[in-house]
Design a protein around this ligand. Structure first.
Ligand SMILES: [Zn+2]
Length: 77
């Protein structure tokens, strides 16, 4: 089960919570002030999507077999 990081705007703290992916965006109570407004911050794990140019594909799910980090003409990655 992944660990998500939340940031509370009320008391300006961050805290980690282990939740299922289905509950990742559900409201969560701040352990400090009890507010239900903490927003999910970026987790320690890489965010899927967006521009991740630095990640060299080592058996990853994206790209084709011809991809070697650079631009690939066959799949666009
Ligand atoms: Zn708080």
């Amino acid at each position: 089960m992944p660990i998500y990081e939340y940031a509370c705007p009320e008391c300006d703290i961050r805290f980690d919570k282990r939740r299922s992916m289905a509950d990742a965006d559900m409201p969560i109570a701040c352990p400090s002030c009890g507010s239900l407004h903490p927003r999910r911050a970026l987790s320690l794990f890489a965010t899927v999507g967006g521009s991740s140019k630095s990640s060299t594909s080592s058996g990853g799910g994206s790209g084709c077999s011809g991809c070697s980090g650079g631009s690939c003409s066959s799949c666009g990655h």
